[in-house]
Design a binder for this molecule. Structure first.
Ligand code: GDP
Ligand code: MN
Length: 386
């Protein structure tokens, strides 16, 4: 789960990480009121779940109080398009109004998980402010890393080693910021705590941007984080799926996928991609693909208007294929599907399952193998597009 910068700043304050004075506004009038209580120059920052707002025109410096309301009203309602939002962009509904920091240097600092090492890792770069993904591509050697085990925890020598690699002098102030980030990361079960840029100002270091991602699987023990969720920022289909207990992520292609098992779902998506086509989604219906769940899954897949065909890939291990075939036929009936469905069964009672599909008299194609099913879908959408 992601939160906004203004919310992340609140958490930063709780963990002793310095941020500028400021508040979130939902109207231009509010923005002016907030500015009236703080010192100029002001900075207006669009609050959307995305980086790259600066480049997209979502960050404005305003010198005088009288200009704040007008500048804010120009920002509200705008659609910002960044690399992370996709071409449809994101609408500005909230703005952070803060005292603009006088920045001398900009650094990148983050705490994340090093999956291959099974450790928490400090990440840093002297060139902050710019997109770190860009540096990772063009000059990865500029990014420094210091991993540490959760058994020992973060020690002062980790911080010293990290700052040394960053060519920054050790100070109590910097060490406090890094230790605060790590404490926040661990206590709130984050997957990312990022400050880009960490600015050096005449009054010391300050987090000029604040980004936090949380591990969804740990949210159940953080009701205080769960309430920070902004429904405007969530994918509506993903929300519906979550309520139905399905694991669904929309990807943006046009072949809908319904698969039992996360690994098989990923393999299915890979195969589609390798055929030059694009999966619309990841969807794991789980081991108990009942009629209700399959129906809900079809509804969610079909609520994405881009979907032109649905590939159902079922491996009958513990579940029996014919039970799922029955569920699929029922679900296709009740959802009144407007696109073709291709199903591939493998495993327990797959012959019986294929018979049920064939006898159903519905517009469902039964494929003998996953390769065949994926090729059918890829060819179908390429014809649709042409
Ligand atoms: P992002 O583009 O979404 O990552 O948004 P940031 O919060 O990082 O802002 C983008 C850029 O705007 C930063 O890299 C800074 O150069 C600039 N910026 C943001 N806040 C301030 C501020 O308080 N003072 C000054 N001088 N520049 C700022
Ligand atoms: Mn930033």
């Amino acid at each position: 789960m992601n939160i906004h910068e203004y919310q992340a700043r609140e958490l930063f304050m709780q963990y002793g990480i310095p941020v500028s004075v400021g508040k979130m506004a939902e109207t231009a009038r509010q923005a002016a009121e907030i500015a009236g209580r703080i010192n100029p120059p002001y900075i207006l920052k669009a609050q959307i779940h995305s980086g790259g707002r600066g480049k997209a025109g979502g960050v404005k410096v305003v010198r005088e109080l009288k200009d704040v309301e007008k500048q804010a009203s120009e920002l509200f309602g705008r659609i910002l398009v960044t690399r992370q939002t996709g071409p449809q962009g994101k609408k500005v509904r909230k703005i952070l109004v803060a005292e603009a920091a006088q920045i001398n240097e900009e650094y990148y600092v983050a705490v994340s998980v090093d999956r291959s090492a099974g450790q928490v890792v400090l990440l840093g770069c002297r060139d902050g402010g710019v997109e770190i993904e860009e540096i990772a591509r063009s000059a990865p050697e500029k990014i420094v890393k210091t991993g540490f085990s959760l058994k020992t925890g973060l020690k002062d020598y980790h911080i010293r080693y990290f700052l040394d690699q960053m060519k920054l002098p050790y100070s109590k102030e910097l060490a406090g910021i890094i230790a605060g980030m790590v404490r926040l990361f661990i206590e709130k079960d984050c997957s990312l705590v990022e400050i880009n840029p960490l600015a050096l100002t005449s009054e010391g270091y300050m987090a000029v941007d604040a980004k936090i991602n949380f591990d969804d699987n740990a949210l159940y023990r953080h009701p205080e984080i769960e309430i920070l969720r902004d429904p405007d920022e969530e994918d509506p289909y993903e929300m519906q799926a979550k309520q139905a207990g399905l694991s669904y992520i929309s990807i943006g292609g046009n072949i809908g996928c319904m698969v039992n098992g996360a690994g098989l779902a990923m393999a299915t998506m890979d195969l589609i991609q390798s055929l030059g086509a694009r999966p619309a989604n990841f969807l794991d219906v789980g081991g108990t693909a009942t009629v209700e769940r399959v129906t809900k899954a079809f509804e969610i897949i079909m609520s994405d208007p881009e979907v032109k065909i649905i590939l159902v890939n079922i491996f009958g291990g513990i579940v029996r294929c014919e039970v799922i075939a029955q569920g699929i036929v029922e679900a296709v009936k009740v959802t009144d599907l407007k696109v073709p469905v291709v199903v591939r069964f493998e495993g327990t009672n797959m012959e019986a399952a294929r018979e049920i599909i064939r006898d159903s008299q519905m517009h469902i194609v039964s494929a003998d193998s996953l390769g065949e099913a994926a090729r059918y879908c890829a060819e179908y959408v390429s014809k649709e597009v042409r």
